[in-house]
Design a protein around this ligand. Structure first.
Ligand code: ADP
Length: 518
């Protein structure tokens, strides 16, 4: 990828900054050739990679190096985009919002600093991947479980800082953060919560601290670079009981939401419950051409063939009960009773007890779900459109119908999952495309814009979005003439007067670049 400069910075100035970065991290850790830039592009970009092309990457190994890099960035007014491992696929991967930004790649900072088996937490650096932590826990026989997202290639902290989630009792990953160490945009180092006491004994234990609680202000924001964090892990339960069910009709999602929500809110089911459409297994185990080679979204006959051949329901629900076997059995009966009023379909049940091998035990990291990008062949990619809805069956069904109509209108195959998460439902829609097919990527972008617009009109926002749409999503937060964005910008200007940290992240631009907002 050719060099694209950030706004207002000459090539000579960038070179000067890169040389200063090299003085801090070593020459081999400043990556600025065409080939280097290529490796930091969004590998699932839905067209127009140049819009988010970085100019270089710098890879510090320590917190002190991060601080020094930030100071140089301020001196030369060079924008930086922090990534932990950069596997945020479908939302931008390694790439920044603004082209010309230098990627601050923290993947070399991958130490597991502490794991406490009794109090159930770890203290880790940003580069620690799900595979790394899983291996550490397994090798050291530590009875703590991690919540693991579908694509487990990324880092524990990067995922939590983007509000990633999994379907386990500790599945709201940003809620498991407890006590951060953060390099502010000017290079100053702070510790949040009780970590602000030099002799704190409760940093990764007591999340509120004293006074304002800052942890969540560094989530999905551009107010600081997280250099380490406490993160809570789940004690291994005595047993698990897994329940899965297939349902035949799209409309079933309505009553499913209404039946499951009270069970979820009362914590009888103690994790968000994923309900996935028929495409779940087809997209990971086959290619579209094996089913259909016509234009437009898959017709109903093909959908039926997919369900028949793969054994999937239109909806596929799975949930798990954790804890004492007798309590799980009592909860199973309550769940079955709640379902019996709506369906004759029976849950498939598997049980696991502590000490046993096999399914039902500790969640394992995997990258298998990334297989979906092979659906159309070519250089695959996907975008995630993920609004948060009220946990209300009627409204969820309406959203499903609106979404499917839009997919059909743009001739794109529908693939969605509803996560019943408590009082809200997260609806992850995966739009799969072939990056070599300009027509399909164009339709993907058009579909995405329509979906964001439709949900904003309904009063729904996305829980997380791709780089290209950060401004559009932020725009919908318009109460009192965008008062929330003005608050974000006031904080941004105070912490980052030179606008060096992640311009445009979550729609927050520094003062000097506000005109860039799309
Ligand atoms: P993963 O490591 O799971 O692949 P990423 O590194 O892609 O996650 O991070 C996702 C997003 O979260 C990044 O694009 C960035 O905006 C933000 N982010 C990641 N790590 C940090 C960090 N250490 N400090 C601040 N923001 C971060």
């Amino acid at each position: 990828m050719k060099l694209i400069l950030p706004p207002g910075l000459s090539a000579a100035k960038l070179d000067k900054a890169l040389a200063a970065f090299a003085g801090i991290v070593g020459e081999q850790w400043v990556l600025a050739t065409d080939e280097d830039r290529e490796t930091y592009l969004d590998i699932y970009a839905p067209g127009d990679e140049e819009a988010h092309a970085p100019s270089a990457a710098v890879c510090p190994a320590t917190t002190e190096e991060v601080q020094a890099v930030m100071r140089v960035a301020n001196e030369h007014k060079v924008p930086l985009w922090p990534i932990s491992r950069g596997k945020n696929f479908g939302y931008g991967g390694t790439a920044p919002v603004m082209s010309g930004t230098v990627v601050l790649d923290l993947s070399r900072m991958n130490r597991i600093l502490e794991v406490d088996p009794k109090l159930g937490y770890c203290l880790i650096e940003p580069g620690v991947g799900f595979f790394d932590l899983y291996e550490y826990l397994t090798k050291n026989d530590i009875p703590l479980w991690m919540g693991i997202p579908g694509n487990a290639w990324g880092s524990v902290l990067g995922n939590a800082l983007e509000r990633g989630f999994s379907s386990t009792p500790y599945g709201e990953h940003s809620a498991s953060l407890c006590g951060l160490e953060v390099a502010l945009p000017n290079g100053e180092l702070v510790r949040t919560g009780t970590g602000a006491m030099s002799n704190s004994k409760t940093w990764p234990l007591f999340r509120f601290g004293y006074g304002p609680s800052w942890d969540q202000l560094f989530v999905q924001s551009n107010f600081g670079v997280v250099t380490k964090a406490g993160f809570w892990l789940m004690p291994e339960p005595q047993s698990t009981l897994s329940m899965s069910l297939k349902l035949p009709n799209p409309e079933d999602i309505g009553w499913l939401v209404d039946v499951l929500t009270p069970l979820r809110i009362s914590r009888l089911i103690d994790h968000n419950i994923g309900i996935t459409s028929y495409m779940g297994s087809a997209t990971t185990t086959s290619q579209r051409a094996e089913w259909y080679d016509g234009k437009g979204a898959l017709p109903d006959g093909v959908v039926k063939a997919i369900m028949d051949k793969t054994g999937a329901g239109w909806w596929n629900l799975s949930l798990k009960l954790y804890g004492l076997p007798e309590v799980n059995e009592a909860h199973r009966k309550a769940i079955e009773a709640a379902f019996s009023a709506h369906t004759n379909a029976l849950f498939a049940i598997t049980r696991w007890n502590r000490g046993e091998k096999g399914p039902g035990g500790a969640p394992r990291p995997s990258v298998f779900p990334l297989q979906i990008v092979n659906w159309h062949g070519g250089r695959g990619g996907h975008l995630g459109f993920s609004p948060a809805l009220p946990a209300n069956g009627k409204l969820v069904l309406e959203q499903l119908e609106r979404t499917r109509a839009r997919f059909r209108e743009h001739g794109i195959d529908y693939s969605g999952t509803f996560y019943i998460s408590g009082r809200h439902v997260i609806n992850v829609n995966i739009i799969i495309f072939n990056r070599d097919d300009a027509d399909l990527t164009g339709r993907t972008r058009a579909l995405f814009r329509d979906l964001v617009e439709d949900s904003a009109r309904e009063g729904y926002c996305e829980y997380r979005t791709h780089l290209t749409y950060m401004d559009q999503v932020a725009q919908a937060f318009d109460y009192n003439r965008h008062a929330l964005m003005r608050l974000n910008e006031t904080v941004k200007d105070a912490l980052d007067p030179n606008g060096v940290l992640a311009p445009g992240k979550s729609g927050i631009w520094p003062k000097s670049l506000r005109g860039k907002r799309s």
